[in-house]
Write a protein of this length. Structure first.
Length: 342
């Protein structure tokens, strides 16, 4: 008996040690991103179809602090899974402690997004990766230098060869991270169970009233925060300010009519992503509801659907209760196992 346990222990130690040294994946197999059938299929670039090695490499890079000049920050420093890939700060602080101008948005369901950043100036997830790594206020690391640094890591470089059949370089970094980010898929909410799986018991009366307000013509929330993603991916001025310090969409189009317009954020997991708006200027959901209830500030480019709503206190609470049904607890606890199909 004693020998058996010694043998077992030795076996376990060898096994654990072998796993630690394993170059991450045994084989590089194709996988599919998994999402409900009521969501359109994901547009994926031809040269970046998901495989286990690509996603694993992307995951490692996403959490690698060597991607920032002084090795203090990784992507998760500002996009933490437990807060649905946000950082809880008004605006994010970069590698050198300098504050940025924008609030870190959720990265959930970005696989469906057609334009990235609050003004939509970046056309693909792959290209977006360049921004935070190279931005002097964020990670401050020119991509060729980042590639040179990471290529020296034999495990990462081996994984890169398995994933993209080449040494780890700029091409690989942007693709692997984007490949990993597309797996951030979040639809497992009480709302989805009620609306799509017809489980009436999933909603309280207050939440039902809130839902009616959300989808009403008057409040018009669902005109921009459209189903199933709770965003239409378009740009609007919602009257956050009378005059905007940040010109928003105008920075891309050079059109005055686009002043103060920003990408409609998804409202999925909204309970976990405070503070709110492109500049994190609104601390709570209660205050966001107040802004919409008063019809926003008067700005020449404000959308006509944002107008005084005259909600009672009870109705405001109902709307808040509805917004809280959009939280996907399984996602924030462990997304990778849920969003892949072998
Ligand atoms: C210092 C904090 C910080 C770090 C580090 C950081 N981000 Fe961000 N991220 C932000 C902020 C702030 C924005 C919003 C920028 C904007 O709208 O102009 C953003 C925006 C994004 C977006 C666009 C979201 C959308 O809805 O269009 C993606 C994708 C993203 N980040 C991914 C990453 C990845 C991948 C990394 C690591 C390589 C990373 N971020 C590192 C703060 C950070
Ligand atoms: C005309 C389109 C439009 C309508 C109508 C609209 N929204 Fe928005 N919503 C937006 C845009 C655009 C933003 C981002 C504005 C910014 O960052 O400055 C936003 C931001 C938000 C945010 C903050 C999201 C975040 O992550 O920071 C919440 C919450 C929200 N809206 C809820 C609602 C509710 C509730 C209603 C209905 C009462 C509503 N919205 C109506 C377009 C709209």
């Amino acid at each position: 008996m004693r020998w058996a346990s010694v043998f077992l222990l030795a076996f376990l130690i060898t096994w654990i040690y072998a796993c630690r040294n394993n170059t991450a994946v045994k084989s590089n197999s194709e996988v599919k991103y998994k999402h409900p059938s009521y969501v359109p299929s994901i547009p994926i670039p031809e040269d970046n179809q998901p495989t286990t090695a690509r996603i694993e490499l992307g995951r490692r890079l996403f959490y690698d602090k060597r991607l920032s000049r002084n090795e203090t920050q990784n992507c998760a420093s500002c996009h933490a899974l437990s807060s649905a890939f946000t950082d809880g700060k008004k605006t994010s602080t970069g590698a050198h402690g300098k504050p940025g101008k924008r609030n870190a948005p959720t990265l959930a369901n970005l696989a469906w997004s057609k334009a990235f950043m609050a003004e939509g100036g970046v056309p693909s997830l792959e290209m977006q990766v360049l921004a935070p790594i190279q931005d002097t206020i964020e990670m401050d690391m020119p991509l060729p230098e980042a590639a040179e640094r990471l290529r020296k890591d034999p495990i990462l470089n081996q994984l890169s060869k398995e994933a993209y059949q080449r040494d780890l370089d700029e091409y690989v970094i942007v693709r692997a991270i984007a490949c990993f980010e597309r797996s951030f898929i979040s639809f497992d909410t009480r709302f989805d169970r009620w609306y799509y799986q017809k489980d009436e018991s999933a909603f309280t009366n207050s939440e039902k009233n809130g839902k009616a307000i959300f989808f009403s013509e008057k409040a018009a929330c669902a005109k921009c925060h459209t189903l199933p993603l709770f965003t239409d991916g378009d740009f609007y001025n919602i009257g956050l300010y009378k005059t905007y310090e940040d010109a928003g969409r105008e920075r891309v189009t050079y059109d005055k009519a686009d002043n103060g317009k920003f990408k409609t954020p998804t409202l999925r997991n909204i309970e976990l992503t405070a503070p709110y708006m492109h500049d994190g200027s609104i601390a709570t959901l209660e205050e966001v509801i107040e802004l919409y209830n008063k019809g926003g500030e008067n700005h020449p480019a404000k959308d006509f659907r944002v107008r005084p709503l005259e909600l009672t206190q009870g109705q405001k609470e109902d709307l808040l209760a509805f917004l809280k049904t959009l939280t996907d607890w399984n996602f924030v606890q462990n997304h990778t196992l849920l969003s892949l199909e072998q």
